[in-house]
Design a protein around this ligand. Sequence first.
Ligand code: FAD
Length: 391
Amino acid sequence: MIDFELDETLQGVRDMLHWFAESEVRPVALAADRAHAFPDAFLRKVKEMGISMGALSRAEDEQKQRKGPKTVNRVAAIASEELAWGDGAFMLSVPGPGLGGPPVQFLGTPEQKERFFTVFTKDAEARYGAYGLTEPGAGSDVASIRTTCRREGPDWILDGAKCFITNGGRAEWVVIFATSDPSRGREAHRAFVVEKGTPGFRVGKIEKKMGLRASETAELILEGCRVPDANALGTNEGFLGAMKTFDTTRPMVAAMAVGIGRAAIERSTQFARDSGLLKATSMRARLIADQLATAERKLEVARLLIWRASWMADEGKPNAREASMCKAYAAQSALEACTVAITAMGAAGCAGDSLVEKWFRDIKVFDIFEGTGQIQRIVISKRLLEGLKGF
Ligand SMILES: Cc1cc2nc3c(=O)[nH]c(=O)nc-3n(C[C@H](O)[C@H](O)[C@H](O)COP(=O)(O)OP(=O)(O)OC[C@H]3O[C@@H](n4cnc5c(N)ncnc54)[C@H](O)[C@@H]3O)c2cc1C
């Protein structure tokens, strides 16, 4: 039996976060885009309300202890769509371990989890974790990272650079992926939690981006950076940890894209209604109505793919294929939705004080980060050719 209805708890989460997105996030989104940041006081308030990014990994452990049904990935998908409907950059600025959470959860010891996750609950400040995989010469081709790690007594010495790291500049700690031998590819990958203030670890430039401007994206530099062995995650499962992270985070990122696409379709439909555009029986009215309907249909399909991939993660089923499917499809569908919205609104959609203009700039990156569209299709085709299926 397939049930497409959200249960009372999930519906409650959705309603509450939608209210928050509409009443608190939307009104400040354009100003934050111009300022390239959300105000600290606003982010502290978000934390005070118990909204946290990446806390799902921690919540997973708590649910296991309570022995209740596991829903953290579904909650994360629903929350991501609603909060990104409010603003995509806001969603990436929600305090918490962020993308750094899953590798600590998957590879960390109980002591490491305790140490690194309690950083976020110790006080009222908005605190962040981050995930440092991408390098200037290694984006899609993760196996070719060049940041090195070598053992020196009780410590590890890390050398290299990471780029485009979300919240990297303000993070309390960053999970850094490094290699003990670049000639051995993914087998030699290791993961380390590098804490803010570690000697040899510094923040480079903060990117000025086309979209998602209020989300911080940083370059990180490691020069003879000394990290204690107690901060090494797992042994040689660095590559696995990096990839497993994506199985839970790709559906979330896909859900954010759907939230933005949905916002754009709602706004342009309202515009078409208010401006009398859809009343006319003209060719233009029919064309716009058809484009809006197509965009709406694709977003709905994307949401179903996301819910399935999230449900599989909650059930502990392998979902790499489904996570890639929903990410590839949602990013493209949402980009199409934002394009249709601008087309329907014409110049009004391009104006600098129009949220649709902002969403159009914000959405493109969803087909780039967390693995580009092409990379998702490679993941899917590999499984197809190898005869592997999620279920
Ligand atoms: C706003 C933002 C936030 C980010 N946050 C993080 C973060 O927190 N942590 C982190 O580690 N990284 C982060 N990234 C980096 C992001 O994950 C990479 O940009 C992404 O993986 C793509 O890598 P690249 O930019 O080097 O592009 P490339 O890998 O150089 O790709 C360029 C183009 O070539 C295509 N291509 C590459 N290889 C293939 C192939 N084998 N077959 C077909 N086509 C291919 C790609 O699809 C793409 O179209 C972020 C990026 C942005 C823009």
